[in-house]
Each structure stands twice: as structure tokens, then as C-alpha cells.
Design a protein around this ligand. Structure first.
Ligand SMILES: [Zn+2]
Ligand SMILES: [Zn+2]
Ligand SMILES: [Zn+2]
Length: 180
């Protein structure tokens, strides 16, 4: 840990939690080589620990100056699921990025049978398809729509079906009637 590289140690970040990122606004400059360049994070430097059937996760990596490899500090991020409260809690702790904490409630619909049944009932209320347009107004609308699609579409369709018939004739396929 090196306090000289940052403007403020462990700034309060509210609900900001970074899994893998660097809070550049708090980066002063590298105390070792005096350069101030973006801090890339290499994949091979990221350590991920998962526990409890992959429910919980801890990520750690070191912020390093890319010019001289000076280690600024270690970044810590964790995501923890609390069964009793049905919330995911995200924590960030890093001298550069600061401290942050966020709670995100989980949807409980996947957890038990009776809730599943209830959600099916709710889904049935939503119309899955638009109602069929069989009223006279609907037919007029369809006709005018077909007309306005123009000759371009019609000729394209004719060309397509002609090509199809030709291909089928060549292949000796007797299913022509399907297209009539
Ligand atoms: Zn430093
Ligand atoms: Zn440096
Ligand atoms: Zn950090």
C-alpha cells in the first residue's frame, strides 16, 4: 500500500462498487516514477474466489503503475447473497477507489413452487398475441396495406416462387401444389 499515489485514502463512494476498475479521479500520480497514466488492469492479475455454490464472490487485484510496475494498492470487491433478506450485497474496498456498498434485492419468483404458480396466473392475463383482425375495417386496412406494398414486392415474390418452382422441377420434387 502506498498513500503517496492517491489524493485521498479510502474515499467514501456511497453505492459505487467496482468489480474491476480504477477510480482515476482519486489517482494523484505514481510516487515512484512520477507519471500519471491510466491504470490498466491485467486479466492475469485478477483473482476471483467463489464460495457457497457460486453464490458469493470475492475479487482482488492490485492497482499497478503501468510505467514502472509500482504497486499502488490492492482492490477488493465482494458480492454476498443473504438468504434471509433476499439481497445481494456488493462491497468495494480500495485505497484508490474507496469504500462503497450496495444492496440489490433479488426477485423471489424462482425460489418456491407456490410463487411459480402465482406468476403463471399473472402471465395469463397478458395477451400473448394481438387479437385477430377479422372486422370489415381490418380487411380494408389489409387490402390497402397490400396495395401500398407496391409492385416491387410482388415481382420479388413472383420471382422467388418462379425460382422455387424451377428448382423443384429440376430436383424432381412433386410438391408444387403446396405453392399454388
Ligand atoms: Zn505509490
Ligand atoms: Zn510508476
Ligand atoms: Zn481500486
Amino acid at each position: 500500500m502506498c498513500k503517496k499515489c492517491v489524493k485521498a485514502e479510502y474515499p467514501k463512494r456511497g453505492a459505487q462498487t467496482y468489480e474491476v476498475s480504477a477510480y482515476m479521479a482519486n489517482y494523484f500520480k505514481c510516487a515512484s516514477c512520477e507519471k500519471r497514466v491510466p491504470l490498466p488492469i491485467l486479466k492475469r492479475d485478477i483473482h476471483i474466489h467463489t464460495t457457497k455454490d457460486n453464490e458469493d464472490e470475492e475479487i482482488t487485484f492490485k492497482h499497478k503503475c503501468p510505467s514502472c510496475n509500482h504497486v499502488i494498492c490492492e482492490h477488493f470487491f465482494s458480492s454476498t447473497y443473504y438468504d434471509d433478506k433476499h439481497v445481494d450485497t456488493y462491497l468495494m474496498e480500495c485505497m484508490l477507489c474507496g469504500r462503497g456498498r450496495k444492496e440489490v434485492p433479488r426477485c423471489v419468483e424462482e425460489s418456491s413452487d407456490w410463487i411459480e404458480g402465482a406468476s403463471i396466473g399473472a402471465k395469463e392475463e397478458e395477451p400473448k398475441k394481438p387479437p385477430p383482425t377479422r372486422a370489415p375495417i381490418g380487411i380494408d386496412a389489409m387490402n390497402s396495406t397490400a396495395a401500398s406494398m407496391g409492385a416491387a414486392l410482388r415481382s420479388a415474390a413472383m420471382h422467388q416462387s418462379a425460382t422455387r418452382r424451377k428448382a423443384e422441377a429440376e430436383a424432381g420434387d412433386s410438391s408444387d401444389s403446396d405453392w399454388e
